[in-house]
Ligand binder design. Structure first.
Ligand code: ADP
Length: 759
């Protein structure tokens, strides 16, 4: 999709390069001479075409000539002796070459390719002994500083400072490469008035793979004059193979055209590059720039190479240590977080107080915590709606407990809209059942890095109209490769997130286990209590009957000898014992209900209600009332006698708690799909109601009325209630898996609702 208004669904791939990536040059720099010898170091096979300039002999006559043409028999013999031991890494050898103008002292370098020995000669630059002594002192001092550095940055800074002191280059910087090969300038020493590159990033494409590979192999690369004319070999092709010679290890190899363009773009005239390798991979480079041509004598280059090697190995230690410290810090942070989760009553509070902790844990800039229906955003995040949509997508598509990507829009194109805040996603699913998730976000990398200067400026186009690879051009390419991409999640950050998940799952499960245990205990003590109540009530009845019977006998047989007060007391005893029997019976009924199994059957509630109403009318002939039935009742699966008891209790209350003559009771129901409070239940749930126009109930008593022995009125008002009826009703409804509640307006009436699932 390329419409100017619509968002792009995918990152645009980098455009094809204008020319194939450059190969390494098969020419040399003009400040030295290169001789290709046969493997035994007897005969010269090829010579660089500048031999006349340095050695005073043209290339052509040298080809095929013995090496002894150029050096004393002793030196020739010495070379032949060492030849079999020479490997592919240039070995420095001080040599004196015989020239028509007399002996020429040279810094020689000898190395082997598959088919030949290569001898490179650089005429020696004279060195004052005092200089050499100060070089030695400086190297020792630098090594001390490197070893004492208390951070990798301090170490790198001491390296650039020392190398600048040693070499006098205008700018010495250290560029560190990331896993993708992009570089960042992390240390720099420079002369006054020289522009700074510190903090800048260079795309991976700035250094083509072939050059990167040669950096990884060689330790040092010197280019005294970037613009110098390259010198070819004579003959151009290597005689044993008929192909250009492999000069990848040659000290004098000239720069590839792209490197020349690269340095020229930066205004650099001379460069020295030292590799910093760790475990055979290129960690970074020390890059020395000079604004005018500059050649260093060999000892100084060797000293720099030595410092770089020492620095690379000390750096490895330092970085390992810093990595350990960082991990220890994160692990302490994680333990602290887990401790707060264990102690907290509220998981959300434990996670986000303080917010910073959760973000630091995985170096994120924002996070979303979803606990069931609760969503909390911290730090820099997409909007709540965007996060919600992302979670819904993850619920459908991500089955693993952990998912991470540095480029979310590749898997979830909608993320394009919020790439600035959340190109990187680390998603942790703690519980699918409870819908617990944590999402961490990282911004698009391009938003988070420093790039000084206008990256679009300075695009190089050559005479043929082709784009040349240079830092600015390649920045544009790089920007496409990191489009909508965040810094990758590190393995230890991911494992830290997994640890956090395991801890939370453990804690949440533990809490659930504890709850289950408590529940079991509760059920157990509930059963015991019921059994106790049943037994106690049952055993109480017998003595009670005795009291009542003896009171009766007294009343019947001894009434004559009792005075009026005595008779009254006797009547009270009878009334109290009757009342006590009512209470005991109620208690027995409640205890019994808890123990009985429901016997469900398909029941026509119209018949059931008719029976219940008939019983109420028969037991309270003194209270006439109108039954209102707006529509006939359904048939449902229930325990019919128990439901009959429910209706009996509710209807007798409805007519009992009344102070007007025109009593009516309405019985009805709401359809299962409307008004059901248990809408998510699998089976349809009915909501029945029993409404009256009685005295009503005060709001504060609405839930009280279902408690055992709870009465709102003195016994003498509204009849002889024991405060048991509603407790029994509640028990029956609960046994059916339903709930009961009441709504009421005092003075106007009450409506008792209860739900019944049509199981
Ligand atoms: P009781 O056996 O005393 O009627 P219940 O458990 O049935 O006991 O009721 C508890 C209390 O709730 C009653 O004492 C009464 O005060 C109040 N109550 C119950 N039903 C109604 C109603 N329909 N209208 C007003 N108050 C009621």
């Amino acid at each position: 999709m390329t419409g100017s208004n619509g968002p792009r669904a995918k990152p645009i791939p980098p455009p094809p390069l204008a020319e194939p990536l450059p190969q390494l040059a098969d020419t040399i720099q003009p400040h030295g001479v290169l001789l290709v010898l046969d493997p035994a170091a007897d005969t010269i096979l090829q010579v660089s075409e500048n031999s006349q300039t340095h050695l005073g002999v043209a290339a052509q006559p040298l080809v095929g000539a013995p090496l002894s043409t150029l050096m004393s028999p002793e030196q020739g013999e010495a070379l032949r002796r060492v030849a079999p031991a020479i490997a592919d890494r240039p070995l420095p050898l001080p040599l004196t070459v015989t020239t028509p103008a007399g002996p020429l002292p040279c810094d020689g370098f000898l190395h082997r390719t598959a088919t030949a020995l290569i001898l490179e000669l650089e005429p020696t630059i004279a060195t004052a002994p005092a200089d050499f002594l100060s070089v030695h002192g400086l190297v020792r001092q630098t090594l001390d500083r490197i070893q004492q550095a208390d951070s990798s940055l301090a170490l790198l800074q001491s390296v650039v400072a020392a190398i600048q002191d040693l070499t006098g280059y205008d700018r010495v910087l250290i560029c560190q490469f990331d896993a993708q090969g992009a570089g960042e300038v992390v240390a720099e020493a420079k002369g006054a008035g020289v522009s700074s590159f510190l903090g800048q990033r260079f795309p991976a494409t700035d250094i083509p793979p072939a050059i990167r590979e040669s950096y990884a192999q060689g330790k040092l690369r010197a280019i005294p004059q970037i613009q110098a004319e390259p010198v070819p070999l004579f003959p151009r092709l290597h005689p044993p193979t008929g192909h250009p010679l492999d000069l990848s290890r040659a000290v004098l190899r000239s720069s590839a055209p792209c490197s020349v363009a690269y340095y020229t773009n930066m205004g650099v005239a001379s460069a020295l590059v030292l590799s910093l390798c760790q475990a055979r991979t290129l960690w970074g480079v020390v890059s020395c720039h000079h604004l005018t041509p500059k050649r260093l004598f060999y000892e100084i280059r060797a000293a720099c190479e030595f410092i770089a090697q020492m620095a690379a190995s000390e750096l490895a230690n330092q970085l390992r240590q810093e990595d350990l410290q960082q991990r220890a810090k994160l692990s302490a942070l994680r333990s602290e977080l887990i401790a707060s989760i264990t102690q907290a009553h509220n998981l959300m509070d434990a996670l986000i107080q303080p917010e910073e902790r959760l973000l630091t844990l995985v170096a994120a800039s924002g996070a979303a915590i979803c606990l069931g229906h609760e969503l909390t955003l911290i730090g820099t995040t997409p909007t709540a709606d965007q996060v919600q949509a992302l979670i819904e997508w993850a619920d459908r598509h991500i089955t693993e407990p952990l998912f991470h990507t540095p480029c979310l829009s590749q898997t979830y194109p909608e993320a394009e809209a919020f790439k600035a805040t959340a190109s990187g996603l680390l998603l942790l699913r703690i519980s699918r059942v409870q819908h617990y998730l944590i999402l961490w976000f990282r911004p698009e990398v391009i938003q988070s890095i420093a790039w000084a200067g206008n990256p679009e400026a300075g695009v190089q186009v050559d005479a043929q109209g082709q784009i040349q690879l240079g830092p600015r051009t390649s920045f544009a390419l790089w920007r496409e490769t990191v489009y909508a991409t965040a810094l990758p999640w590190q393995p230890f950050e991911i494992s830290g997130a997994i640890d956090l998940r395991n801890a939370i799952v453990g804690i949440v499960l533990n809490k659930a286990d504890e709850l289950a245990r408590l529940n079991q205990e509760l059920q157990h003590s509930n059963r015991e209590l019921t059994a106790f109540a049943y037994a106690a009530a049952h055993d109480l009845k017998e003595p009670l009957r005795g009291i009542y019977n003896y009171a009766n006998i007294l009343m019947e047989d001894y009434a004559a000898i009792l005075d009026e007060d005595g008779l009254d007391y006797l009547a009270e005893i009878q009334a109290f014992s009757q009342r006590m029997e009512t209470l005991i019976n109620a208690l027995l009924r409640v205890a019994q209900l808890r123990q009985t199994q429901l016997k469900r059957s398909l029941t026509d509630l119209n018949h059931l209600l008719a029976e219940a109403v008939a019983i109420v009318r028969a037991s309270r002939p003194d209270i006439p009332f109108e039954l209102r039935l707006p529509r006939s009742l359904p048939q449902i699966q229930c325990d019919a006698p128990l439901l009959n008891e429910v209706f009996r209790n509710l209807i007798s209350n409805a007519i009992k708690y009344h102070d007007r003559p025109d009593r009516w009771v309405e019985v009805g129901y709401r359809d299962p799909d409307q008004g059901s409070r248990d809408a998510e239940a699998a089976t349809p749930t009915w909501v029945f109601y029993v409404q009256d126009n009685g005295i009503g109930i005060q709001a504060e008593h609405l839930s009280e009325v279902f408690k055992l022995f709870k009465r709102l009125h003195p016994q003498e008002r509204y009849g002889d209630g024991a405060g048991v009826g509603l407790a029994i009703v509640n028990q029956i409804i609960e046994r059916h898996g339903g709930r009961i509640w009441v709504e009421s307006t005092p003075g106007q009436g009450s409506t008792f609702f209860f739900t019944l699932a049509d199981a």
